[in-house]
Write a protein that binds this ligand. Sequence first.
Ligand SMILES: Cc1cc2nc3c(=O)[nH]c(=O)nc-3n(C[C@H](O)[C@H](O)[C@H](O)COP(=O)(O)OP(=O)(O)OC[C@H]3O[C@@H](n4cnc5c(N)ncnc54)[C@H](O)[C@@H]3O)c2cc1C
Length: 331
Amino acid sequence: MQTSSLYDMTIIGAGPIGLYTAFYSGLRSMKTKVIDAEPGVGGKIRYFYPEKLIHDIGGIAEISGAELVQNFKRQAETFQPKFVLGNRVVGLTNLHDGTFVLTTENGEQHFSKTVVIACGNGTYKVAPLEADHAEKHKPAIHYHLSDIEKFRGKKVVVSGGGDAAIDAAFTLNQTAAQVDLIYRGESFKGYEERAKELMDSEITVHLHHEITALNEENDLEKITVCCKTSNQQKQLDCEALFISHGVEVDFSFATNWGLQTEEWGIAVDELMQTNIPGVYACGDTACYPRKIRIIAAGLHEAAIAVNSAKQHLEPGAAPEAMVSTHHEHFM
Ligand SMILES: Cc1cc2nc3c(=O)[nH]c(=O)nc-3n(C[C@H](O)[C@H](O)[C@H](O)COP(=O)(O)OP(=O)(O)OC[C@H]3O[C@@H](n4cnc5c(N)ncnc54)[C@H](O)[C@@H]3O)c2cc1C
């Protein structure tokens, strides 16, 4: 191994929390690498809600997901970490001298003195729509919302019952001519307030329904939905579909790496340490009592994880960084 390829810290995941970890690691003068399975940075924000307006980040009254990702990226680049994108980490092992070896699915090896896991719920793959003639209308079926202008003036049907579906329905309602939301359950799984707001909005909600077929013709003008309780079918006008039937997440790697896991991720203590010395976790994947899975909470965890890693490498190092305005880079 060449010394130049050995990093002080390698972060698995370039979601919002991985990006902030990279910034904070640079602030603490650690040579840093970030690896993500996706081809772009931003994690769940990029994947599920780039167009949504976010309101619950302290000090930012309103910001779109895409703009927030740009800000996280710009901040992360301050100390020029190395980014490796489109490459999933599949192996984590430890050499005799304590160096960690991260193996990616294309066979690359990355060497690091410490590791921060900011991998959210793992890598994801959307669950596809299963309905008659779905194959035929692939271009009209959307799983990600990257450009709501594509839906301007169209009749859009959203299918799903979680936060992502509700967020998508509201976002699409800004440009679409009409939005129908289909959900096979009897009540929404997302935040109660958001579901109530939805029921009071102009979006037409069809609970207990699911999509059974798309138009046989070449143009997607109508879809067939079926009521789960009465078994009655009806047709809805539809020019574009947004499907949010959940994601299949792959988190199997965590147990394979010998990490202690909980139902929702990786167990950490108050220093964000996992059961493997030198390996930390933060963001959605970090599990401890009273955990809150929002961006604001993960930012604090990122700083703690970096400070812990810094002291792991240099036991005499200060327990925390100076505030950024005292850092020579910003003077
Ligand atoms: C629909 C929806 C709406 C939301 N709205 C809000 C909101 O309004 N406000 C708020 O604060 N929070 C919101 N959240 C929650 C917020 O998105 C998360 O708390 C946040 O994204 C967590 O960031 P993270 O970096 O920990 O993980 P993630 O954003 O999940 O990023 C993890 C990254 O790790 C990568 N990764 C995983 N495994 C590997 C691997 N083995 N190798 C390489 N890369 C890997 C993934 O590809 C991903 O890019 C929302 C979530 C959803 C789903």
